[in-house]
Design a protein around this ligand. Structure first.
Ligand code: 5GP
Ligand code: ZN
Length: 113
């Protein structure tokens, strides 16, 4: 079997991360290179490379539910925040284990670039 990917290793606890929330399906941890005062990544525990390979809408619901909970916990829910799913090369994805970026604590620009 191939070595687990970076985010699988974070989900299993093999590689340390600043975890802010976790449940049976997902883990949320602070991005190592934050792009906003709040920058948390939410991942499913199951390895799925990107949005393109998601087989179950329930997995997306679990990720979005945790993203929403993290925003509330971080105190940015009412003021506003952004949830981003970069997908493949042109989408800017660099880690190929599905993850939602939860960004907030400052005004987000549009278009995102
Ligand atoms: P992507 O570019 O794939 O959408 O996002 C990957 C994110 O993972 C980047 O924002 C990057 O800073 C973050 N990242 C990469 N390696 C690590 C790591 O080892 N620990 C944490 N906490 N974040 C990481
Ligand atoms: Zn993985």
């Amino acid at each position: 079997m191939a070595d687990p990917c970076l985010f699988c290793r974070i989900a299993s606890g093999e590689i340390p991360a600043k975890i802010v929330a976790e449940d049976t399906t997902c883990v949320a941890f602070r991005d190592v290179n934050p792009q906003a005062p709040v920058h948390v990544l939410v991942i499913p525990r199951a390895h799925v490379p990107s949005l393109n390979e998601v087989a179950s809408p329930a997995l997306l619901a679990d990720v979005m539910q945790m993203a929403r909970e993290v925003a509330k916990q971080e105190g940015i829910a009412a003021g506003g925040y952004r949830v981003v799913l970069n997908t493949n090369g042109d989408g800017g994805q660099t880690v190929f284990h599905l993850h939602a970026h939860v960004l907030g604590g400052r005004r987000m620009n549009w278009p995102p670039g």
